[in-house]
Write a protein that binds this ligand. Structure first.
Ligand code: MOS
Length: 756
């Protein structure tokens, strides 16, 4: 069956268990420590691996002195490029903009970045391993690194691959003509720094070999991806590799790629002939698992006096590594967000001696919308137009890029509801016109958008003879609520209460699911769970109506409904029986249904996106330049809301990350040595509770049947999009100082000398 046949919106009105703010079904396990994360699976004879990172950012290893390290008791192996097993590269397809970062480790003496793994030490205990690792001596031939985008800009080059599926240089209409026709222009440069994901759970892998069979417990967003990568790296059949990941302690994109520590854990286990546990350090996570690339974005807007956009130019630079290509697609959303006939996008790359950047929560939109939505705000002031009004003037009734109709778009309602909730009407238009005692007060807003990404995925549902049901798919719960939402989706179709449904995920022995990235999991896997539940239920109905002893014997399938663990006639609830009775009488242990959801994206008839409107209030200390976010409202159209509580939590997490982006987060590279200056949570600042006000999140009611069979559009990423711009726009409104370079730290406000 295809997704198409599964498109009946069963409960469009959101009645029943779907949509309810059900508490996390895995909550008890989490708070009691019963939830096992990757590093928490015990094994007999477990050995420990510690990775050693390069202390230079560019050059070659001359040699190792491991003599002292080898004398540490319990040392089982010290693996370097001189003695490492051959590891095969995993093919990626840069022409498709495929994920980079899979450079094969320990195969040569070349150093590309600071912190790059150069050796693995394996020993009986973690302490012995750490001690031995500390005693390994390395000598290098060091070269000066490329560690400053500004300094390297002369060597900028066009990406080989696409930028979010499009050529790096695109033009719609003619922006020169468009700008010539403009009455008003904004022409500015916006900058975003390197940022890091920093999930609470570090990357961790346990590797266990049994002959040519490998079991990997991994902190990942993509179990099947790990399986594929390990099969390729070690030259064994895919079915020989099993990846298990029951819980992922946060990810935000950095656990979507199979980084080299996974291969190194497996290589170490092979060399040491022992199960090996490898947990990376926070500092290693700053060097080796990707990051959001630094951007320099040039945005030019042309508009008529009425605010109608006549041209949009969005071009600039982002960095990649010297050995691989990752493009931060900051121009992505600009293609489609506002109605404008003349649009140009252009992106270039600058190679630096750093690890390859990667996807980080709404990659592209997050950096790009800071620039675009700041520029729109600047345009609104130039035109003396309300920022919401400017966005409504340029509202796109169809997708300006693909010319397709929207599947659904409740963006106008997001603006309206947001303005109402936030009290936008109280905002005085002029900068520096509002105060709260001695503080400057500012109100700002921005639009949020994120595309619908759905992937083929499979699920199995088994209705058990005790009347309960088991749901299976090899998808992931990153802390997002996958267990809970899949439970609700199964309950809706099966007519069972949540406590009678068990969801089993995170194991490549289960039906295949793709990467839990791109906000895709619920709409992809959820659609499969719905399909599989329907298939299982259909078999149960068949069993009942074919059985002469059943009260439902002879009834037609469409006369039978399922609820409360019972099948009964629609017209007469008394005529029916429990699932348990049906299966017991038939002598069956279970009935099973499977479903593969496929999405036909080649013949898209609609453009599908989630939308939102973000509103921030800030209070700025005029003497010290300190910015506090005092209020925040986010209103979103994410299609059907599967769980009001986990859905709102997703938005809140995104907004908090956006506040961090606006005011704190910045990874600093020492431009001379190529070392990361602030590679821990003491120096890399993320928001804490005291930095975050009560967040007002509204999720609009919608059901987008073109986005996915279950009506959802995706919730994981849109919360961050627009959040930083809303804060930045509020800071301008408060102070009259436009900071175009994130994060907005007090030195930037005071440095402009404008606050006094
Ligand atoms: Mo996300 S950045 O697609 O994990």
């Amino acid at each position: 069956m295809s997704a198409k046949q599964n498109q009946r919106p069963a409960s469009k009105q959101g009645s029943g268990v779907v949509g309810q703010p059900l508490n996390r079904v895995d909550g008890r396990l989490k708070v009691t420590g019963g939830a096992r994360f990757a590093a928490e699976f015990p094994h007999d004879q477990m050995a420990y691996a510690v990775l050693i990172g390069s202390t230079i950012a560019n050059g070659r290893i001359k040699g190792f002195d491991t003599s002292a390290a080898k004398r540490v008791p319990g040392v089982l192996a010290i693996i370097t490029h001189e003695n490492a097993p051959k590891l095969r590269p995993v093919a990626t397809n840069p022409a498709e903009g495929d994920a980079a970062g899979r450079r094969v480790p320990l195969q040569s003496p070349v150093i590309y970045y600071h912190g790059q793994y150069i050796a693995v030490v394996v020993a009986e205990t973690l302490e012995q391993t750490q001690q031995a690792a500390a005693l390994v001596r390395v000598s290098y031939d060091e070269q000066p690194p490329a560690a400053d985008m500004e300094r390297e800009r002369g060597k900028a080059y066009p990406p080989k691959g696409k930028v979010a599926g499009k050529p790096a240089d695109t033009m719609r209409g003619n922006t020169d003509t468009g700008l010539a026709a403009a009455n008003v222009r904004v022409d500015e440069i916006y900058r975003t720094p390197t940022e890091h994901h920093n999930p609470m759970e570090p990357h961790a892998t346990i590797a266990v070999w049994d002959g040519d069979k490998l079991t990997i417990y991994d902190a990942t967003q993509y179990t099947y991806g790990v399986r594929h990568a390990m099969a390729t790296t070690f030259g064994v059949p895919e079915e020989n590799v099993r990846c298990i990941c029951k819980f992922t302690g946060g990810a935000f994109g950095c656990k979507g790629t199979v980084w080299s520590h996974v291969s190194l854990a497996a290589a170490a286990a092979r060399v040491a002939r022992r199960p090996v546990k490898l947990v990376t350090t926070r500092q290693q996570m700053f060097s080796n698992m990707g990051h959001r690339a630094e951007t320099e974005q040039h945005v030019v807007l042309g508009a008529t006096r009425a605010g109608k956009l006549t041209a949009i130019v969005h071009e600039g630079l982002s960095h990649t590594s010297t050995f691989d290509e990752y493009v931060e697609p900051f121009s992505k959303a600009t293609h489609m967000l506002y109605a404008c006939d003349n649009f140009k996008a252009s992106q270039r790359l600058v190679a630096l001696n750093v690890g390859t950047p990667t996807y980080m929560r709404a990659p592209g939109e997050t950096s790009g919308m800071f620039a675009l939505e700041s520029a729109l705000d600047e345009l609104a002031y130039k035109l003396n137009l309300d920022p919401i009004q400017l966005r409504l003037v340029n509202y796109a009734d169809t997708d300006p890029d693909t010319k397709l109709p929207w599947s659904t778009k409740l963006l106008k309602e997001c603006y309206r509801t947001g303005a109402e909730h936030f009290g936008w009407a109280r905002r005085k238009p002029a900068p520096r016109s509002m105060r709260d005692g001695r503080y400057l007060l500012g109100l700002g807003m921005a639009t949020a958008v994120y595309p619908v990404n759905h992937f083929p995925s499979s699920a199995r549902v088994r209705i058990q003879s005790d009347g309960s049901a088991i749901v299976e798919s090899s998808t992931h719960d990153l802390g997002t609520g996958t267990y809970t939402v899949l439970t609700q989706i199964a309950c809706e179709t099966l007519g069972l209460p949540p406590e009678r449904v068990e969801v089993i995920i995170g194991d490549t022995n289960l039906p295949k699911a793709m990467v839990s990235g791109g906000s895709s999991t619920v709409m992809s896997v959820g659609s499969s769970v719905q399909g599989a539940a329907r298939a299982a239920l259909a078999k149960l109905v068949e069993t009942a109506r074919a059985d002469t002893r059943s009260p439902l014997y002879g009834a037609s399938a469409d006369q039978i409904v399922a609820s409360d663990g019972r099948l009964a006639l629609k017209s007469n609830d008394a005529r029916g029986e429990t699932y348990r009775d049906t299966l017991a009488r038939a002598g069956m242990k279970e009935v099973e249904g499977s479903y593969d959801t496929e999405f036909n994206d080649k013949e898209k008839k609609f453009s599908s996106h989630a939308f939102g409107a973000q509103f921030a209030e800030v209070r700025v200390d005029p003497d010290f330049g300190e910015v506090r976010v005092t209020r925040f409202t986010g209103v979103f159209d994410i299609g059907r809301v599967m769980n009001m509580k986990t859905g709102q939590s997703q938005m809140k997490g995104g907004i908090i990350m956006g506040i961090g982006m606006a005011l704190m987060e910045e990874t600093v590279l020492d431009t001379n040595s190529g070392r990361l200056v602030n590679r821990d949570l003491a120096e890399y600042h993320v928001p804490v509770h005291a930095d975050v006000p009560q967040l007002d999140v509204v999720l609009l009611e919608n059901f987008d049947e073109h986005a996915s069979p279950i009506g959802a559009k995706g919730a994981g990423e849109i919360g961050i999009v627009g959040a930083a711009a809303a804060v930045a726009n509020a800071v301008y409104h408060a102070t009259g100082v436009r900071v175009r370079e994130l994060p907005i730290t007090l030195d930037k406000l005071l440095g402009k000398g404008a606050l006094a």
